[in-house]
Design a protein around this ligand. Structure first.
Ligand SMILES: *Cc1c(COP(=O)(O)O)cnc(C)c1O
Length: 361
């Protein structure tokens, strides 16, 4: 099976080999060296001097950690959303009692900087802004540079879901003044699920001092205390850290500009490929994601049939649409360990499947 979903993504042999290693003591010397190396590597990928913590959870756990460490019940939050993951970020804050205003955009559209600015101008009580850098459910990458500029012009705390954009497109955490940036192991890091990474700025630490939302497992203060001794507060997913150590080595050897360039090429190949097959992209090309391409099924039956035929006839696993987009789009994941040649294989398989899907399978 070829996994072409936007996470979990395929792992290179180096990651698989590393994750199969024998366990070590997570309170011992070997682990200290490992966690120091991996943390340094993550800071390089994040382009940050801020603290970076490795938490054991899927990406959603990192989003929850960002919320409960920086907010208090009743805090006014502006959450920009145009898809499943933007909604999820807002839902988490709401679950913990934040007063969340959703700035919503049609699915498939990016967050509009002008609308963001207006919302901030209209409501000075907003303390914190949530942005999703890459909306995986629709294949849209938001202009985080411009959006963060506006958030900072209004002097707000900025929490960013970068789970499907980190190590795909440029995200200079410090230069763009992002306070908490969340990423996840099973996306462009090319390792199995199980870890979520968070960077924490000075401003976020100040917010931490004020925040009263309940937390224990996610507490950044405990994470910082432990990291001073090159440890995690709790038993981490050691195997995934082994794998991440291996892929960070690959990533840093390749270099960030080359990683972004590679994703740009793969993304372009996916978009060009589906257009050449006569299909329409779901997102505008100006904001098209280099992690995932969302495609309308055109005059075929429905997107779910295409996904099914691709899996059954070609062993290629695509993603369908989520929620209201179920059956309306299919998605090709192309972040991490995926080549242009492998995207060409996806297109060849689609070329075979589409005429039959038109005839109703
Ligand atoms: C994958 C993803 C998540 C996290 O999902 P988990 O299943 O909890 O790892 C969150 N946000 C975005 C944008 C994602 O792509």
């Amino acid at each position: 099976m070829q996994l072409r979903i936007p996470g979990p993504t395929p792992c290179p042999p180096e990651a698989l080999e590393a994750s199969g290693r024998q366990m070590i003591n997570h309170r011992g010397k070997e682990f200290f060296a490992l966690i120091e190396r991996v943390t340094d590597g993550l800071k390089a990928v994040y382009q940050t001097k801020n603290d970076v913590f490795i938490l054991t959870a899927s990406g959603t756990g990192g989003l929850e950690a960002a919320v409960v460490n920086t907010l208090s019940p009743g805090d006014r939050v502006l959450s920009a959303t145009s898809g499943v993951f933007g909604d999820r970020f807002a839902d988490i804050a709401q679950a913990y009692g934040a007063d969340v205003q959703r700035l919503t955009f049609e699915w498939g559209q990016p967050v509009d900087p002008t609308a963001l600015e207006k919302a901030l101008k209209d409501d000075p009580s907003i303390k914190t802004v949530f942005l999703t850098h890459n909306e995986t459910s629709t294949g849209v990458t938001n202009d985080l540079k411009e959006l963060s500029r506006i958030v900072k012009q209004y002097d707000k705390l900025l929490l960013v879901d970068a789970i499907s954009s980190m190590a795909v497109v440029n995200l200079p955490t410090d230069e763009w003044d992002c306070d908490v940036v969340v990423s996840g192991s099973q996306k462009a890091y090319m390792v199995p699920p199980g870890l979520t990474m968070v960077s924490v700025s000075e401003r976020a630490w100040k917010a931490r001092e004020q925040a009263t939302m309940p937390n224990f497992y996610w507490d950044f203060k405990r994470a910082r205390q432990s990291l001073e001794k090159w440890q995690n507060p709790w038993t981490p997913a050691v195997s995934v850290i082994f794998a991440l150590d291996a892929t960070l080595k690959l990533m840093l050897a390749e270099g960030l500009p080359a990683i972004y360039e590679r994703h740009a090429k793969v993304g372009q190949a996916a978009r060009d490929g589906v257009k050449a097959l006569g299909l329409e992209l779901f997102a505008r090309e100006s904001h098209a994601s280099n992690s995932v391409t969302a495609v309308k099924p055109g005059d075929t039956n429905d997107a779910a049939t295409i996904v099914k035929m691709m899996r059954e006839d070609h062993g290629i696993v695509l993603a369908g649409g989520q929620r209201t987009l179920q059956g309306k789009i299919f998605r090709i994941g192309h972040l991490g360990y995926v080549s242009v040649a492998e995207i060409a294989e996806v297109m060849a398989a689609l070329a075979d499947v589409l005429p039959r899907a038109r005839q109703g399978g």
